[in-house]
Design a protein around this ligand. Structure first.
Ligand code: HEM
Length: 500
């Protein structure tokens, strides 16, 4: 006798078969279908994916209603499938932890004052260093294919923040390879995830193969964790442990993310984190920071190559702040560069690394946009659609940093990327689960873009048009370029330098 729930509209669904077919579709396949469904039914639609309905919201005002006005109700994550449970050590990483005490503790630990996120070891890794890019110009004629350089530089930076040591290149590559294998396994074993109990029997070999990949990844990261534990003990015994604000010594940043994790006690289980959980948290730190910042950096640089007038305007701003100096653009310099900030915001608006964001789940039955959303339903907020709404943005598909510069540049300083007052774009999500690394992400983008433009002039290769299409193979996150950026770089001739 209960009144029937009014679920958001969607296509006709046949039991079992529809769920299986929708479950097997990748996100790039779903995106155009969802666009059509939104055009037909409005900004909130549902699809029968997996074992229940999944809801897709494509409106900033509905996202605000959900994530800000009903923040705690929309603060959970869907129950992960079997494979995800392995990589997150049964939801003991921040991203997949259920909304509750453990999640709060892990998240606070990442964002606290003693967190390595507050340190800036950028100059120790230095992509602003002209030599690293010049050397990677594979053909020796100033042409660079930046995708690997950007990815590697940002990964090195996060490895340093995570483990406190500047590791040699071979070790960083080993970390990356073990991660790539696990994430390739993740996609390959997708069929296991709909009915995991059955999948594990039918595809036993693949399941065991996946467990082995995860074990290999654990072995690589555990050796680093052990080294850090030992160093910590040694420092303790010498009564020389760094203070909680962190201390840097000859290229080694003593406050490392792993140190903060080693000190934690889980509130519910009253125990320290085990090896598997430490591995999951460290690899989350590396993945969450690298696979978002590095593709965004590439998209922004691609736009600066495609639109030289924007690059020139940015270079002029950097020159005016740097004056006679020729050294690296520093954190302090960045604060004075409003046009740079506008370029970064426009890059994040136009190319958010996750078009669908990360799914939320509701902690209780709730209504949104006139529809019922039952407890535990997964809800995606479509970041790319929201950021290109023509009712909110003029010429939404154009790359125009100037749109953030209203009021003589004040607009960029006042723009609230967290969406607390209103959501016009949400590259970092919004609400309780907003990306805890958003400040660091923006800082890395500003730092790298400023130094790359300050050192080099970037031009298209041989008059080739820069292709800004997205790869159709992009998974949930990140959305990458179909044809990775290839550009010609030439060192800038600074005032007073001999041009001959
Ligand atoms: C340009 C850079 C970045 C972008 C665009 C980005 C984007 C995002 C997005 C969209 C989410 C999901 C938010 C939601 O559920 O509503 C997220 C979550 C997260 N991000 Fe980032 N991120 C970036 C950099 C970083 C960095 C540098 C770190 C840390 C080193 C980081 C750590 C995390 C973590 C731990 C979560 C899970 C938060 C939770 O579930 O409470 N991210 N990020």
């Amino acid at each position: 006798s209960k009144p029937k729930k009014k679920l958001p509209p969607g296509p006709v669904a046949f039991p079992i078969i529809s769920r299986y077919l929708w479950h097997c579709k990748s996100f790039p396949e779903l995106e155009p279908i969802l666009r059509k469904l939104h055009a037909k039914h409005g900004p909130i639609v549902s699809l029968p994916i997996g074992n229940s309905f999944t809801i897709f919201v494509a409106s900033g005002s509905l996202a605000h209603q959900a994530l800000i006005q009903n923040a705690t109700i929309f603060a959970d994550r869907p129950i992960p499938h079997a494979i995800h449970k392995i990589t997150s050590s049964s939801q003991h990483d921040i991203n997949s932890a259920p909304y509750g005490r453990t999640w709060r503790l892990l998240r606070r630990n990442l964002t606290s004052e003693t967190s390595p996120l507050k340190l800036c070891p950028c100059p120790q890794v230095g992509l602003g260093n002209p030599h690293s890019l010049q050397q990677s110009s594979n053909t020796g004629d100033g042409i660079v294919r930046v995708v690997n350089d950007f990815h590697f530089a940002i990964l090195c930076l996060l490895v340093l923040m995570c483990y406190g040591d500047k590791l040699d290149e071979k070790m960083v590559k080993e970390i990356e390879i073990s991660r790539q294998r696990v994430s390739a396994g993740f996609l390959r074993f997708r069929k296991l995830t709909l009915w995991p109990a059955l999948g594990k029997i039918l595809f036993r070999k693949q399941w065991e193969e996946f467990l082995q990949l995860r074990k290999n990844q654990e072995n690589v990261l555990i050796s680093l964790i052990r080294a850090r534990q030992q160093l910590k003990q040694e420092m303790h015994s010498k009564q020389n442990e760094a203070d909680s604000g962190g201390e840097k010594e000859s290229g080694v940043c003593v406050t490392a993310y792993i140190n903060t994790l080693l000190d934690l006690e889980l509130p519910e289980e009253k125990r320290e984190l085990n090896d598997g959980e430490l591995v999951s948290l460290c690899s989350e730190f590396l993945n969450a920071g690298t696979h978002t910042t590095s593709p965004t950096l590439q998209w922004i640089m691609a736009n600066l190559v495609k639109y030289p007038h924007i690059q020139t305007k940015l270079y002029k701003e950097i020159s005016s702040v740097m004056g006679e100096r020729e050294d690296e653009v520093t954190e302090e310099d960045l604060q004075k560069m409003l046009y740079l900030k506008a370029v970064i915001l426009e890059g994040l608006r136009r190319h958010p690394p996750g078009h669908f964001g990360v799914p939320h789940a509701v902690t209780e039955d709730v209504t949104l946009g006139g529809y019922d959303i039952p407890k535990n339903t997964a809800v995606f907020f479509m970041a790319a659609e929201i950021a290109c709404n023509p009712e909110v943005w003029e010429d939404p598909l154009e790359f125009k940093p100037e749109r953030f510069l209203s009021g003589g540049g004040k607009g960029v300083e006042l723009f609230d990327v967290t969406g607390t007052k209103e959501i016009k774009m949400m590259p970092f999500g919004a609400g309780r689960r907003i990306c805890p690394g958003y400040g660091l992400g923006i800082f890395h983008l500003e730092y790298f873009v400023a130094n790359l433009i300050w050192r080099f002039e970037w031009t298209a290769v041989g008059g080739d048009e820069v292709d800004l299409s997205e790869s159709p193979l992009s998974a949930l996150m990140p959305v990458v370029m179909k044809n990775p950026l290839k550009a010609h770089i030439s060192p800038r001739v600074k005032q007073g330098e001999d041009t001959h």
